[in-house]
Design a protein around this ligand. Sequence first.
Ligand SMILES: [Zn+2]
Length: 190
Amino acid sequence: MTFPARLIPALAAISSAPLLLMAADPAKPIIEVLKQAPEQPAKAVEKTDEEWRKILTPEQYRILRQAGTERSNGPVYSEFKHQGGGTYFCAGCGTELFSSKEKFDSHCGWPSFYDPSKAKNIKTSTDYHLGYARTEVRCAVCDGHLGHVFTGEGYNTPTDKRYCINGTVLKFVPFPTETKAPAEGAPKKE
Ligand SMILES: [Zn+2]
């Protein structure tokens, strides 16, 4: 089968085009998984708008820098629910924020923790974006918006607080013991 000559460049362009325009690679997690903890910033991280856009995905930028919210019960939440033990870091600056030790299933559709793992790395303020007062949660190091915290909702956790966090703006580092554990049924080395 032959194509008219004028179509050949177009066909070549299609076949060699990267898959950027197609759906995101399902094998690549949205919550980036790192092998080891990122270096912790020694001081506040400040960047220009342009610099933030360079290092963040558009969705991370929308959430961290424009106080956006990811879709509830979406692919991010599903990833989060299936993650094992580990530590969560800010996708903007790498600061440690949360740990699976304080993770709980609130059924709210967003990643939930009852406490930060490093309280000094979190700051809160009141926002009225929805017309009523909510306590906004930000990364204390890069000032990125993470989500909100709600108190006294009746959860059976040590604090009865729900840090309702956008998983899109977290990076996950699994606890070392879990990454080194041999797969079930793997032959034992003597
Ligand atoms: Zn940060």
